[in-house]
Write a protein that binds this ligand. Sequence first.
Ligand code: APR
Length: 227
Amino acid sequence: MRIVALTGAGISAESGLATFRASEGLWERHRIEDVATPEAFARDPALVHRFYNARRDKAAAARPNAAHLALARLAESHDLTLVTQNVDDLHERAGSPGVIHMHGRLAGALCAACGHRWPAPARMQPQDPCPHCAAPATRPDIVWFGEMPYRLDRIWAALEACDLFAAIGTSGNVHPAAGFARHAARHGAECVELNLEASRNADDFDRRILGPASRTVPDWVAALTAR
Ligand code: APR
């Protein structure tokens, strides 16, 4: 059975990382548009770097939870394509291979001038020179609002080929990820969502499993592997 799993902030919530829409559009006390858009970076790069440096510290101190670990186990017995909207590395640290980070990674640095990528230093600053072209244009390798998510061709193809699509811990507010269930269903996949509450695109799913990911995901994986 071919499975595509899409994860969102909810899967890392029990590892202590804040979700985005938990508190009236504020994200760790910042408005999203002040820290997660290209315009915000052009206006105040130091603020944006401080914000992502702090998130990198938090993510480094967090530990994968039972849901991350269960998805790593699922890949051992099934053909799993794991797509995440999360920028933390908890899936990798749980042992998942080949994770697709469609919204980028805290662990990456990107040169806004030439597109070169390299591992993020612990403290990223706007004047840091690119190791390739030397431009002082270092930014986090994060896909901001208004930018194109990564590896969409590969993701659409996996959705078209899968038998089962699962959305885990995502509110279904942000496109294109919010359209993945509909796309997979149109190509014949069964769609299930695992979340604390019904997501915004709940109608696109055949099945809903409500509860905290650290409980629902291991149970769901156990049922699949027992089939
Ligand atoms: N277990 C399962 N689900 C949970 C848990 C939990 N312990 N805690 C919260 N959730 C659910 C919430 O109910 C919500 O539906 O996770 C979802 C998190 O939603 P968002 O905060 O909107 O996060 P996400 O869907 O990943 O956001 C998508 O938006 O801000 C941008 O680029 C950013 O990748 C992000 C994208």
